[in-house]
Design a protein around this ligand. Structure first.
Ligand code: CMC
Length: 416
């Protein structure tokens, strides 16, 4: 049968297979969705061969250089850059929602102190639907908007509380006089007994990290959010599902894994040994922070991250960071190595983000949590888009069944 072809505004066209099963009795087979577009979207565009990332058409480099995170949030959620008045109003709305229900602070004490903060995030973000019933009616556009703003505003507070709980310090309430990223650093690092002043260079770096992670089209966690949302689940539950998926080391957990790997390598003279391990087919070891399903070129976010990393180390007066030495040597060797060239394995965003966050005093276990804080807006924008798409249906993939064909039940006494 002839399959219709659909064209996007840029990027590859798609073969529309919606009528395939009806007309041929066959499904398509594509584990890992390497050739499958799961939806139509107007939010984020990636050209993996050229190393291009656009949010609503704007290059990530321009947004990271000139804008701030809340402007990016507005752009992702509403489709255009805000005017000054719209930006001021949006900032005010997000800022007003930064506190969490006081009862939520008691919820934390149910967790062990040594719980991984991503485990706490899955639980507490999921619990938001139990605290904010008045924004769980997904059919009401006003409630959808309030839920969206609440999640952008509250995930940094929830994340900082997870950190404070793990180190046994009191929770720090949000300070609405601070901007989004400075407020987050303040909630992480201030203590009630002394004054804490947020370093503006570090706040700016944090903001840039949030911008870089804000959305990345139909990645595993975003697809998880869309799939969960397609059943009509409430948005807080969907975002909790996204957080759970993000935690895996092949996805958001890679920044934590990349830093641990640099620590394990230890010194630049050990790099060759680890590169050889990564190339060995019989060794499961992979270079964390290298490779990407979509980018077959330098990840554009990694370049910005590398610059931010140097800015942060410069501001903190860290001249000789052993991890940075290992990272630079690893990058140099891998980019020259035939294996990595042939497979188009380049550094991804996680390669430099770990060093930057560690220098800022963020504990390694919090790295993926920061990714979740940033990605929340992307997940919500995608969830909203899916929900508002009239062609939206419950997501329900099919399979190629390779199990036993029909057979008769055998009573237990007769089984051998
Ligand atoms: N080190 C060594 N070899 C690698 C690596 C790596 N980091 N990544 C891929 N390869 C090899 C892989 O062994 C395979 O070789 P072959 O064709 O001989 O079997 C080939 O390259 C293709 O790999 P793949 O696993 O089929 O590719 P994928 O698109 O399924 O995987 C990936 C993408 C990101 C999961 C993978 O590159 C990886 O595991 N990287 C390390 C983890 C990481 O840094 N993840 C962060 C991604 S960026 C943040 C985010 O978006 O979440």
């Amino acid at each position: 049968m002839d399959l219709p072809i659909r064209h996007g505004s840029i990027g590859p066209s798609v073969l529309d297979v919606q009528q395939l099963y009806k007309n041929t009795g066959m499904f398509t087979y594509d584990p890992g969705f390497t050739s499958t577009a799961s939806c139509e979207s107007k939010i984020t565009y990636i050209d993996g061969d050229e190393g291009v990332l656009l949010y609503r058409g704007y290059p990530i480099e321009q947004l990271a250089e000139n804008g701030d995170f809340l402007e990016t949030c507005y752009l992702l959620l509403f489709g255009d850059l805000p005017t000054a008045a719209q930006k001021a109003d949006f900032d005010r709305q997000v800022t007003r929602h930064t506190m969490v229900h006081e009862q939520m602070s008691r919820f934390y004490s149910g967790f062990r102190r040594d719980a991984h903060p991503m485990a706490v995030m899955c639980g507490v973000v999921g619990a938001l639907s139990a605290f904010y019933h008045d924004s769980t009616d997904i059919n009401d556009p006003e409630q959808r908007l309030i839920a969206s703003i609440r999640m952008v505003a509250k995930t940094p507070t929830i994340a900082a509380m997870a950190y404070k709980y793990s180190v046994g310090q009191p929770f720090i309430y949000p300070q609405n006089s601070l901007d989004f990223s400075a407020n987050f650093l303040n909630m992480c690092f201030a203590v009630p007994c002394e004054e804490y002043k947020v370093n503006p260079v570090l706040a700016r770096a944090m903001d840039r990290i949030f911008i870089l992670h804000a959305d990345h089209e139909q990645n595993a966690s975003t697809s998880t959010v869309r799939l969960a949302g397609s059943s009509g689940a409430n948005p807080f539950a969907c975002i909790a599902a996204g957080i759970a998926c993000l935690w895996g080391p092949a996805h958001g957990g890679a920044n934590e894994a990349a830093l641990k790997m640099l620590e394990e390598i230890g010194t630049p003279d050990q790099v060759d040994k680890y590169v050889a391990k990564a190339k060995d087919k019989n060794d499961p070891f992979r270079l964390m922070g290298f490779g990407h399903r979509v980018y077959k070129n330098y990840d554009p976010r990694a370049k910005i991250m590398q610059k931010t990393c140097h800015e942060v180390l410069g501001e903190l007066g860290i001249k000789d960071d052993p991890l940075l030495d290992v990272a630079m040597e690893l990058e140099k060797i891998a980019l020259r190595d035939e294996y990595f060239i042939e497979k188009k394995l380049y550094p991804n965003i996680d390669f430099y983000s770990g060093i930057t966050l560690k220098a800022m005093g963020i504990p390694v276990s919090m790295f993926t949590v920061l990714f979740a804080v940033a990605r929340t807006v992307g997940w919500i924008a995608q969830w909203k888009e899916m929900f508002e798409d009239p062609s939206q249906k419950i997501g329900r993939p099919r399979q190629l069944y390779t199990g036993a064909p029909l057979r008769e039940y055998v009573p237990i006494a007769q089984r051998r």
